[in-house]
Design a protein around this ligand. Sequence first.
Ligand SMILES: [Zn+2]
Length: 577
Amino acid sequence: MIYKSLYRTYRPQQFSEVVGQKHIVTALSNALKRNKIAHAYLFCGPRGIGKTTVAKLFAKAVNCLQPDQAPCGECASCVSMNQPNHPDIIEMDAASNNGVDEIREIVDKVKYAPVEGKYKIYIIDEVHMLTSGAFNALLKTLEEPPRHVIFILATTDPQKVIPTVISRTQRFDFTRASVKDISELIEKVAEEEKIQIDPEAIKLIAELADGGFRDGLSILEQVIAFADEEISVEVVSEVYRLAKAEDLQYFIEDILNLDVKEAYRRLELFDQMSIDYRRFTHDLMELCKASVILKLTKDSTFVAGRFQEAAETLSMHSESHRLLDFIDEFLNVQNNARFSGLYRSYLEVATLKLCQVEEQKVVEPVTERPTVTKVAMDKSEKSPVLPVQPKPQKKTRVEPKVEIKAPNPTNSQKVEEDIISVLIDLMVLGKKELREQESERWYKVNDLALDPEYRKVAIILKNSDIKISGEEFVVVSLARQEQVNVLNQPSNQQLIRETMKAAIGTEKSVLAVSNQELSKAVTIFMDKMNSKTLPTIEEAQKQLVRFEVKEPEEIEIIDPEALLKEMLGDLVVVKDE
Ligand SMILES: [Zn+2]
């Protein structure tokens, strides 16, 4: 018997069986019912989330003899199309056949009528891989295809598909599946296959699948092959060599405690457990991110999943800016080790860097923070963890609580995703006329750069260009990241506002970004504009308000009058002089 993968075995046979992608399935079934079928479609989205599945269902549906329930799965056409290699469904993988000759062959045969049904359907997967010659050969046919032909082009990278092709197709963007959707699918398949699997394990597999149904089922398949009896979280972790959430938490706590020795011992142990460091680094970032989200939102629904408990503990014992620094460093590890594979070495370096915090002048209110206690450790033999004695957080920076903490210059600004989504919101809010007016006056910063009052920031601003301008803000771009960082330092904001007033006549906030960040944001903006998923002005404003609360959260503003009252009670009456 030929082995058939779970993903193929459980491929939906009807639109109603498709999990997720409801917006697409509904649009396609409505088009079928109203007989408004386009001759070319473009299916975009990450791999393994059902593009080909939906394409095949649609191919079956257009030929189904019962259009009301298409694809019915019962009529002669549907039954016949269930066979592999049906002559009216022509599949091509552009990743392996990307040349002009292959496309010419398709184009030549397009004119022949379908063998059985009404339509011949060409499914071209990874269409962005076609050479430009091949694209051009395809273009003419896409412009005026015979009536019996439908093209479904699928791609994981729509930005590489030439615009003339995109404009001739009806585009659908497939979204990553939610953990819930993937969990449901895994649960269903496990039930059909009579496999014992515990709910936590299902959830973990769904998380590992990273939004892909196909990955979810192939992980399940591997775990089934490995497990003897019931599939548990431990089994999945073992197959995928994952560190447990609490091990990640302890490692982060070691660094928070500035305990290099303990952190290194733990890495040594992870080595013995043959942890997958790539995944480990990714998980460290996820855990830090979850902790910051918890700190800022106080809402645990944002961090469902296996990191929830660990994130709660960490969020109580650490500062957001510290965790954001961690994310930065782990991101560096990921970028640097991606090709060399030297995750362990880079993690050691990151640990050293993060433990050098004493040299930075960071003031933290230590008084109220409970000590980091190591929760009961798992002593099972399967997953050994270092027995660590509870130890107090190192109190290296005891300062009176009244101090206003110096904000860290390199925290949230460096989280690229955040920046890009903020930029997109600002693009939505930006006004072209304002930008043009202000750009005309921008030469004035050259003069301000000579003025001692403004020099500190004007000397950098003069290297920048105004890229977006709104009623209350301006976005400038710069070539050098260090200069971007200086402009974004909270301590410079007031001076920048004054400099803006002197240069363009209006006091405005300035967000500095690097040229790369801006060009990335522009690409995503265009993409969203094409797929009509841009935020509305209202949504953009709302999201920006949310972004801005991050900074003040860190700063304690003390009203001296209130402080006096708190200390001395009503004995003190503060008089206005
Ligand atoms: Zn049918």
